[in-house]
Ligand binder design. Structure first.
Ligand code: CA
Length: 322
């Protein structure tokens, strides 16, 4: 009981901090609202190559790319392959966007035909480069050294792939965090929403768990109550985690899987559920129109992080972790 009470107290304190801007979030709000987020970000669009540029010799590094058990030919029991609409993980080469970060030199930027480097609004200490000290596939991944201040953010951005998709967007990426998510709010994935004033749909962490944050109104998914927090998960540090997300833009639905298992707290399904998506659905008719995809690090309460991304993919159907 003591533990429950203490957890509640902490969460309540955090909720207060998030709902009404304190010094930290005020900084965040002020910076982002001053932003003309669309300005610098839209500059990204020009340089981005068609989705077909995406390369993808990734299948070679991915022994389970079929999603089938080689001994039986049957779909493996892993939940990553259980999606009836796809049946198996798609080959990287067939996807609108797929990058395993193997085709450029370590120490430099990712393929400039696919990614631009973005630090919307302001720049600080954050940096990123293709690196060979960690990899999920092959020998390289994207390393981000994210600073603790808002302006220490840095992202890679692609706009072409998402523009070529239909209303349902599926993403898959492997993430390795070198430290646990902290109590404060951080973001490692953003999707700019043209239907929400150009503000971002963000995926990241708060209260030590994976969560979404809607930049326009600071709504979180799940709600950061003890019950909501319990319905999400915390990635294990120094270990690769497969994250998949689906956004049905027409319906305003979000679904999320971690290592193939759907996370109940990271679902918006149009049916307001207390502690989960009720707060999210307080914004009537949220129907995102996503126009870019960015990976990196942005921190609103001081947490720094070294993190890695690999095997980033985007498609109109579920991709799977294979
Ligand atoms: Ca790789």
């Amino acid at each position: 009981m003591h533990l429950t009470f203490r957890t509640s107290s902490i969460a309540a304190a955090l909720l207060g901090a998030c709902g009404e801007p304190d010094a930290g979030s005020a900084t965040d709000t002020a910076t982002t609202s001053a932003s003309a987020d669309t300005g610098p970000a839209s500059a990204d669009t020009g340089a981005t190559a068609p989705a077909t540029e995406t390369t993808a010799p990734d299948a070679t590094g991915d022994p389970q790319s079929t999603g089938l058990d080689p001994t039986t030919g049957a779909a493996t029991s892993d939940a990553t392959t259980s999606d009836a609409t796809t049946g198996a993980a798609a080959g990287c080469a067939d996807l609108p966007l797929c990058d395993d970060f193997e085709d450029v030199a370590a120490g430099g930027p990712p393929d400039p035909a696919v990614w631009t480097i973005a630090s919307p609004n302001c720049m600080g200490t954050g940096k990123l480069a293709v690196a060979d000290d960690q990899a999920h596939s092959g020998g390289q991944s994207l390393r981000v050294d994210g600073g603790g201040g808002y302006c220490d953010h840095v992202f890679i951005a692609n706009t072409a792939a998402i523009a070529g998709l239909g209303p349902v967007v599926h993403g898959r990426f492997w993430l390795r965090l070198e430290a646990a998510l902290g109590q404060g709010h951080v973001t490692f994935l953003t999707l700019r929403d043209a239907a929400d004033g150009g503000k971002d749909l963000r995926m990241g962490g708060q209260s030590q768990i994976l969560m979404y944050n809607r930049e326009s109104d600071d709504a979180t998914l799940p709600a950061l109550s003890p019950a909501g927090i319990a319905q999400s998960v915390a990635p294990t540090p120094m270990q690769w985690t497969c994250i998949e997300f689906s956004v049905d833009q027409s319906a305003g639905y979000v679904t999320t899987w971690v290592d193939g298992a759907e996370v109940p707290g990271l679902r918006v399904d149009g049916e307001p559920t207390p502690d989960l998506d009720q707060q999210w659905l307080n914004k009537p008719d949220w129907k995102p129109d996503l126009e870019d995809l960015k990976f990196g690090w942005e921190s609103y309460a001081g947490q720094t992080m070294t993190l890695y991304f690999d095997d980033i993919a985007l498609a109109g159907d579920r991709i799977g972790c294979g």
